[in-house]
Design a protein. Structure first.
Length: 256
């Protein structure tokens, strides 16, 4: 970013593919509505299976200007690639990528807290090439990886107002908390207890913003309820089940 000279920037991985005309569509919408950030559709292409999948399709189902009060689904899209940003806005607010894990979560999370309006367009922008479950540090299930994720997730949570904290609590329970127990069955007893303490701390931070109706999967409810109740035995049982399902699913995927 230090070398950028244009009005806008977009970030891509070296093997990402931009759709023809994508940049024009992003810039046109930003200029028309005077926006500092515009989000478009991302397609994940699984190379080994030659399969395509939309990345959080609910975010870009329409073209619209998203406001802070309606940021419910938008915050699920945590990747920094395939989006347009005002370079001046990034520099004025000192928003840049940090070294370490989950830098995208930190980057986009700060913008979701900062910007009153964000553009969303129902237009394919990029193809994200996915080569397998073991090729990216963000798919690692070590405790150190979870700690890095939680550090950024908890920091971002603290930046938001009371309305968006409800949205981020939903995301924490539905995604971040569950993703954190993926590797649970391979953890030592000491690591399991440390993970429990870490997730319980995060859940207590979010307790005032929990809306029970927003979590419809019974096992996810059991997971966060066990943390709030300080019930390690129940947490251990539920987390082990999530982890077993996670590994069974990926073993089946790799054999397909």
């Amino acid at each position: 970013m230090d070398h950028a000279k244009g009005k806008y920037v977009i970030f891509l991985d070296s093997d990402d593919i931009l759709y023809p005309g994508a940049l024009n569509k992003l810039v046109d919408y930003a200029e028309k509505h005077k926006l500092d950030m515009v989000i478009g559709k991302t397609l994940r292409h699984y190379v080994s299976k030659n399969k395509d999948e939309d990345w959080y399709p609910g975010v870009t189902v329409n073209t619209y200007v998203n406001t802070r009060k309606s940021r419910f689904h938008v915050i699920d899209d945590t990747i920094a690639t395939g989006k347009l940003y005002s370079l001046d806005m990034l520099r004025k607010n000192n928003i840049q990528f940090q070294d370490g894990l989950y830098e995208d979560v930190l980057f986009t999370g700060q913008l979701y807290a900062l910007l009153d309006e964000i553009g969303v367009i129902h237009r394919k922008i990029q193809i994200w090439m996915v080569y397998g479950t073991g090729t990216s540090i963000t798919t690692s299930n070590t405790l150190d990886n979870v700690k890095a994720r939680m550090k950024n997730v908890n920091y971002i949570f603290g930046l938001h107002d009371e309305i968006t904290k409800v949205y981020y609590t939903r995301q924490y329970i539905r995604h971040q908390m569950v993703a954190s127990v993926n590797g649970y069955k391979n953890f030592t007893d000491e690591e399991k207890r440390e993970l429990y303490d870490l997730l319980r701390e995060g859940m207590l931070m979010r307790e005032p913003y929990v809306v029970d109706q927003m979590i419809i999967v019974p096992s996810k409810k059991l997971l966060y309820q066990s943390l709030l109740a300080d019930d390690f035995e129940k947490f251990d049982l539920v987390a082990e089940g999530f982890s077993e399902k996670y590994f069974a699913f990926h073993e089946k995927e790799e054999q397909a």
